[in-house]
Design a protein around this ligand. Structure first.
Ligand code: NDP
Length: 273
């Protein structure tokens, strides 16, 4: 008897560039899980009907990307603690009894830094640039690691302040505009802004990265990103891009759906090459 593969997909707009189908297809082959994964372009305002249609056709799970992570948060019947906090969902588990929503972005980042690169987050001074959807998803998992302090800095300072307040019960977190960073130093700077899309870097003081500091850009590309280049120019011991995070957040989703952990290192290596 032939087993019909279970159906999964990523929904977003735009979506043609997404690496998720490739990643999950590699995970499925590696673990022997019978599943198919594709990319679905969803028109603005069309998220909920698109998910219902996919579910009615037997779909088992979805990843959700820009601009629908907040729609997915509203759509889910039940939210994980981290997704509830983030106000954004990147993984939907479509079960007969209802739809569960989770957010695996933050764990993806933390696993890439700590497991793949051996970086200890505890006791560090961390600067998080940006206060958009990605920043919201990574604050809770970062704070769980017990950094000494976490500063959120954003172009629109009020959004950084608001985000810091939202997470202030979890650790020492504060929010500022970029101009207020003068005179401060950090061990790790994480770029979660979209500035890199125009090959730019937020305006940062020259000495904001501590000696022996690390930089991490959520963005990735075939060439070093603007923030990776900035890190290298400012003495970073390591300046990493977000490809590892992308694969790690996918592995978390895969585990939520299938109960199996794929190996991520060979997949990261395959995507790099
Ligand atoms: P959002 O649109 O939700 O947020 C964008 C953020 O970037 C805001 O804080 C915005 O500031 C800031 N910003 C935009 N342009 C500039 C600029 N020119 N200078 C300074 N700040 C700027 O995007 P997301 O949070 O969803 O995504 C952010 C980045 O993270 C993207 O590059 C995305 O590709 C990447 N990402 C990577 C993932 C991975 O797995 N590697 C996962 C998720 C995201 P303001 O509030 O002032 O508008």
């Amino acid at each position: 008897m032939t087993i019909q593969p279970d159906q999964y997909a990523v929904m977003g707009n735009p979506i043609a560039h997404s690496k998720s189908p490739h990643i999950h297809t590699l995970f499925a082959a590696q673990t022997g899980q019978p599943l198919e994964y594709r990319a679905i372009l969803v028109e603005p305002g069309g998220f909920a009907p698109a998910v219902r249609k996919f579910r009615e056709a037997g779909g088992k799970g979805l990843n959700v990307t820009v601009p629908f992570k907040q729609d997915a948060w509203v759509f889910a019947d039940l939210l994980s603690v981290r997704a509830e906090r983030a106000g954004a969902v990147n993984t939907l588990i479509l079960e007969p009894g209802g739809v569960r929503g989770d957010n695996t972005d933050g764990m993806g980042l933390v696993r890439d830094l700590t497991v793949n690169h051996g970086y200890l987050l505890a006791g560090r001074r961390i600067l998080l640039l940006g206060a958009g959807g990605a920043a919201r998803g990574i604050l809770q998992p970062l704070l769980v690691e017990k950094p000494t302090q976490l500063v959120v800095a954003n172009r629109t300072a009020d959004k950084a302040l608001e985000l810091a307040l939202r997470f202030s019960d979890l650790g020492r977190v504060s929010g500022y505009g970029f101009a207020e960073l003068a005179g401060r130093q950090f061990d790790l700077i994480i770029n979660a802004t979209a500035a890199g899309l125009s090959d730019a870097v937020p305006p940062l003081p020259e000495d904001v990265l501590a000696p022996d500091g690390w930089c991490y850009d959520l963005m990735y590309g075939s060439e070093p990103t603007a923030f990776v280049r900035w890190g290298l120019e400012h003495g970073a011991v390591q300046a990493l891009d977000g490809l590892g995070m992308l694969v790690e957040q996918a592995a978390e989703s895969f585990h939520l759906w299938r109960g199996v952990w794929p190996e991520t290192k060979p997949v990261i290596a395959a995507l790099r090459s």
